[in-house]
Each structure stands twice: as structure tokens, then as C-alpha cells.
Design a protein around this ligand. Structure first.
Ligand code: MN
Ligand code: MN
Length: 481
């Protein structure tokens, strides 16, 4: 967290002003702000409980934006609406990725202040032909998405979220397993009594990707000579409920995710246990900070909620595509009557970005992988600024420049935002990547900046409420700078 620069009466620096300590920010938090932390995190808990896929994040984001007076960029383009300071627009990309902007006082050529997070999370996607019958049971075959530890996904209740698009374009939304009266799905594991061989395997090999098959049904159809009687019964039920046949799964995007709501964690309710904090905690704090802006910002503020980060940001809805540049071009065009490629390039070059993504927190149970000497982020110590990510000597990292981090220190300290530094574990332990380097291609300053997480990429991840609130506060201070 930030230091306050008090000098003692004698003129000598006090030790408190000389040291930079990572400190738990709860004890120094004013009472009024303590209430704000809990209130904000209750909003976030509800959002996280409801939004479990990138499509759900998109539709919830659009609903929030429209409720706050944002206009669709497509509508603005169609009607030739010019954008002026204070105007608010949103642009959706294929119902998955969402960009929102509040036009600032400065000319758009001077750049934007961007907070970008992702809304996809590790999960189990259904294969194009998911249903099969074996030994009198119907199971669904999955192909996992993102980096998961497979053994964590067995014997927990799973919900099915997603869409089925039929020939002709009719889209059916699916969400089964979130209401208390809904059925859920589960991947079984071996009983310990027969687990001798499995137990001798390496942890990462105990459950394989092809063993991630979820139980889906077990009642056979009675009135048939069909060999797959249980599957026939399931297909009949699916047809009754959704009007689909088996082939419709080939044009579906269905995801198995942990079922149930995010919960307060700890006797003091200081933490949140939820699915998909990585990276919906950045998405939610980033969009709320934008929606709650108290006045028109100096610089145009943009929030990006992107898809596909967990599999390398590729595809038309990922940040490696031109989606950001395309939307920026439309905004520049609506802000300036003399649009040119050069003005767009200048806008992009002059922009500044917080790559809003989670980082690992120090976990006392696994202390040996932490970066030592206060270089690992800790819970309740605030927003984590991560100068570089990458692996094997920072490879693949954006590595933000010192001048930019100095600017952020100023912004956060002035706004009373608790912040700390972070690294993804100790040197050569592993590593990771974010969208930071993709935006840095335009020459803009980018740094990774987000909330610390325990059990990252597990079905249920942990964050500290104070850190979530500090992300909201920090992102808003950044938009307003
Ligand atoms: Mn992430
Ligand atoms: Mn991730």
C-alpha cells in the first residue's frame, strides 16, 4: 500500500515514511468506508452468482449500461449521432465481448483511459456430440476450457449454462442447476476402497481430460427396440423441454460450471468464495467504476470486458483480434468530423490502460512457491500492481515502464487507494499471461492491475472484500485522472 510522506519535526524522515510496507488495510479503513466495502461486495456477490459465462456477462453488462443511460454504438452509427463530452456508449461483439465508453472533455486524439478485464473463466465445455450411453447411464462428454486442475472438477454439483442455436437462427438459452429446485450434474470419482492404482498416479494424472464426463440420466425408454434406451429417453425429454434433437448440439455452446451462488467466506465475512473471480472481479469493478463516475472525465474513459483470455485471447471475440481497434475507430469517427487513420493511431498511442486481471495471493499452505521478501501480493493489502508477468525471465511480458507506474502511484495515493505490488510466484516457478501486451502494441502504456486471488482457476476461488473494493476505487481514480 502507499506510504504517506510525513517528515518529523527535526527534519529527519520517520521510519514509517522511509519503508514501503505491504500492510493489511482493514485497521486503517474509516468506518464509513468499511460499510462501503461490504455493500459493494454484496452487489458483486449477486453479480457473480448470476453471471457464469461470457454471454451472461455481456447481457448483464448491456442491461447495467442501458440502465445508466448508455446508448448502443451501433444505434449511434446508424443515426449519425455525434458524440460529445458526457455521452455514454456501449459496443457489443458477438454477444460475448463488451466495450463501454464515457466521452471525456479532452479531444479523443489525446487518447483514452482504459480498464480491460475478461469475462471468460475456466470451465468444461460440451463436445459437439456430447451425449452417449454407457452401462445403462447417459453421460455428457466435455472438453475443458482454460487451465484447470482436473481433479478439482469431480464430485461437485455442476450447472449447465449456454445457448443452442437451431437451423434458421432460433437461439435457445439454457441455464439448468442454479435454482434450488433444478437438477444438477456431476462427474464421478473412484471410491478410495478401489483407488489404489489411481492414488499412485501423479496428482495431475489422477483424473484425465477424457474422464471429465458428467452424469446426465439413467431411466431407459420402455417402448423401444433401440439399443440406447436411456439416451432415447433423454433425447425425448430434451425435445419436450427445448424442441431440439441431437444434431442441435453441434450448433450449441454449452458450458458446465460450478452450480450455486457465491458466498460470504469466513466468520468475519471478510472474503468471498465464488466461481469465476478470475476475471469477473475485474469486469465488475471496472464497469461499476465507469457507471458510477460522478462527473464527466477529463479523458475519454473506456471499460473492456473481453472473451477468450483464458485460451490465449484468440478468435473474433478475443483481444488479439481487431475488435478494440474497430470500436475505437468508430468512436473517433463519431467524435471528430475529420476522421483519419492518423487520428485513430494517435488516440491509441496516447491511451493508457490498466490490464485488469487477477494475480496470485500468498497462500500460507503453499508458501514455498511465493516470491520472497514482500514481493508476493497478500490478502487485504489492496489492489495489486504487477509490473510484469510472463515466465522464464519475464518472457511474453508487457513489463510496464517506471514512468507509468510512478503516475499510477500518484493517482492511487491521492485517491486513498490501498495498493501493493505482485508477482506470479517465485522466479522460475511457473508464470502466466494477460491481455496487457496486446494493447501495448499500439504504443500505449499498460500495466497489469487487479485483485489477488487464492485457489485461482479452481471451481471456487477466494478473494478478500477489501481488495475488491480497492479495485473499484482504484479503477475509478484512474478513469478520473
Ligand atoms: Mn485472468
Ligand atoms: Mn485465468
Amino acid at each position: 500500500m502507499g506510504t504517506t510522506m510525513n517528515e518529523s519535526e527535526s527534519g529527519a524522515k520517520s521510519s514509517a515514511s522511509l519503508f514501503f510496507k505491504t500492510e493489511n488495510a482493514w485497521p486503517t479503513l474509516p468506518d464509513a468506508e468499511r460499510d462501503s466495502v461490504f455493500a459493494f461486495c454484496e452487489d458483486y456477490r449477486r453479480f457473480l452468482s448470476k453471471v457464469k459465462t461470457e454471454r451472461e456477462a455481456h447481457s448483464e453488462g448491456v442491461a447495467l449500461a442501458e440502465a445508466h443511460g448508455f446508448l448502443s454504438l451501433d444505434d449511434a452509427i446508424a443515426t449519425g449521432t455525434r458524440l460529445k463530452p458526457g455521452d455514454k456508449v456501449y459496443a457489443g461483439v458477438a454477444d460475448k465481448t463488451l466495450l463501454l465508453a464515457v466521452i471525456g472533455h479532452e479531444d479523443i486524439e489525446q487518447g483514452m483511459r482504459i480498464v480491460g478485464g475478461h469475462t471468460d473463466s475456466p470451465r468444461l465445455d460440451l463436445k459437439p456430440r456430447p451425449l452417449y450411453e454407457d452401462s445403462g447411464l447417459v453421460l455428457i462428454d466435455t472438453h475443458y476450457y482454460g487451465g484447470i486442475k482436473k481433479y478439482q472438477w469431480v464430485t461437485i454439483p455442476l450447472a449447465l449454462h449456454g445457448v443452442i442455436t437451431r437451423k434458421g437462427g432460433e437461439r435457445i438459452n439454457v441455464c439448468i442447476g442454479e435454482s434450488p429446485e433444478d437438477p444438477v450434474f456431476v462427474i464421478t470419482d473412484l471410491l478410495p476402497h478401489l483407488g489404489k492404482n489411481q492414488g499412485e498416479k501423479k496428482l495431475n494424472e489422477g483424473i484425465t481430460g477424457e474422464e471429465l464426463n458428467a452424469l446426465f440420466g439413467s431411466i431407459p425408454a420402455a417402448d423401444t427396440d433401440e439399443k440406447e434406451k436411456v439416451k432415447l429417453n433423454i433425447l425425448r425429454l430434451l425435445h419436450e423441454r427445448y424442441g431440439i434433437d441431437e444434431c442441435d448440439f453441434t450448433s450449441a455452446e454449452l458450458e458446465l460450471v460450478p452450480a450455486g451462488a457465491a458466498r460470504d467466506l469466513g466468520f468475519d465475512r471478510s472474503m468471498l468464495l465464488g466461481y469465476g473471480h478470475d476475471d469477473r472481479v475485474s469486469a465488475y469493478t471496472g464497469i461499476r467504476a465507469l457507471l458510477d463516475l460522478p462527473d464527466i472525465p477529463k479523458t475519454t474513459a473506456m471499460c473492456i470486458l473481453t472473451d477468450k483470455e483464458e485460451i490465449g485471447s484468440v478468435g473474433a471475440t478475443g483481444m488479439y483480434s481487431f475488435l478494440f481497434e474497430n470500436v475505437a475507430a468508430e468512436i473517433v469517427n463519431l467524435c471528430r468530423s475529420d476522421y483519419s487513420d492518423l487520428i485513430l493511431r494517435r488516440c491509441l498511442k496516447h491511451s493508457k490502460m490498466l490490464s485488469a486481471d487477477v494475480n496470485a495471493l500468498h497462500d500460507p499452505d503453499f508458501a514455498d512457491v511465493s516470491s520472497p521478501h514482500n514481493n508476493m501480493a497478500q490478502m487485504n493489502c489492496g489492489l495489486v500492481v504487477t509490473k510484469y508477468v510472463g515466465s522464464k525471465g519475464k518472457s511474453g511480458s508487457n513489463d510496464a515502464r517506471s514512468e507509468y507506474i510512478a503516475e499510477l502511484r500518484e493517482i492511487f495515493d491521492t485517491a486513498g487507494v490501498s495498493w501493493q505490488t505482485g508477482e506470479i510466484g517465485k522466479v522460475d516457478q511457473g508464470g502466466g499471461g494477460t491481455i496487457a501486451f496486446m494493447l501495448a502494441r499500439y504504443g500505449m502504456d499498460v500495466v497489469d492491475c487487479g485483485v489477488g486471488v487464492l485457489s485461482m482457476h479452481a471451481p471456487w476461488e477466494v478473494v478478500g472484500k477489501l481488495d475488491v473494493y480497492m479495485a473499484y476505487k482504484g479503477y475509478q481514480a484512474f478513469y478520473r485522472a
